[in-house]
Ligand binder design. Structure first.
Ligand code: IMP
Ligand code: MG
Length: 187
């Protein structure tokens, strides 16, 4: 889906499809070098990071395993509940493995911080993270994101996996919604 398909609901585009593709390729090249010869497990957080996981994993030139976890930090609103719960756990044992978490966005940092600690607690050999987006102005926990995509302002963004109330995940770019959408109306 493109912006033109939901024109009246989008305020403006923040990161284009082409910019996303270029950045993901750049990060994938770096990760392929850094992890050459290592057995790596990509862990992605459902559902928002699925688009990034798909594009990123295909851009790598090394062979990886992939697993998924469903965590909840947000309900239907636009601000964090601050509480992390596991909705669906990984199917892999992470003990002794090199883990690279693939995230859509780091906002307060709570979700990523919790997940990195949890995977270390389970005995991972190493835990690093790639986040497609970061909102530095909203950071509450100074979690280390080794592989960085784009910084975005303190606005609620949708697209490329990110939703508002389960919609706009299949938008091919990152965009800012019109305020009317989350003030009732269309969402
Ligand atoms: P954090 O725990 O506050 O860092 O938030 C992490 C999660 O909140 C992300 O993985 C997203 O699922 C969600 N989130 C944060 N900001 C946005 C946004 O602007 N749009 C959509 N989802 C967001
Ligand atoms: Mg997420």
């Amino acid at each position: 889906m493109q912006i033109a398909d939901v024109q009246g609901e989008i305020d403006h585009e923040l990161v284009s499809k082409e910019q996303i593709e270029r950045k993901i390729k750049e990060v994938a090249d770096q990760v392929s070098k850094d992890y050459a010869g290592k057995d790596i497990l990509l862990v992605s957080v459902l559902k928002g990071a699925v688009n990034t996981m798909a594009a990123f994993s295909q851009a790598l030139s090394i062979n990886v395993s992939m697993d998924f976890m469903s965590l909840s930090s947000y309900g239907a609103g636009t601000s964090s509940s601050g509480e992390i719960t596991v909705r669906q756990d990984l199917s892999s044992d992470v003990k002794g493995r090199h883990i690279l978490i693939v995230e859509d966005i780091v906002d307060s940092g709570r979700t990523l911080d919790w997940l990195m600690d949890e995977l270390k607690r389970r005995g991972a050999a190493s835990v690093e993270a790639f986040a497609l987006l970061e909102k530095p102005s909203r950071r509450e926990i100074n979690v280390a994101v080794k592989y960085k995509g784009f910084e975005v302002p303190d606005e609620f963004v949708v697209g490329f996996g990110l939703d508002y109330d389960e919609r706009y995940r299949n938008l091919d770019c990152i965009a800012v919604l019109r305020p009317e959408v989350y003030q009732g109306g269309q969402a």
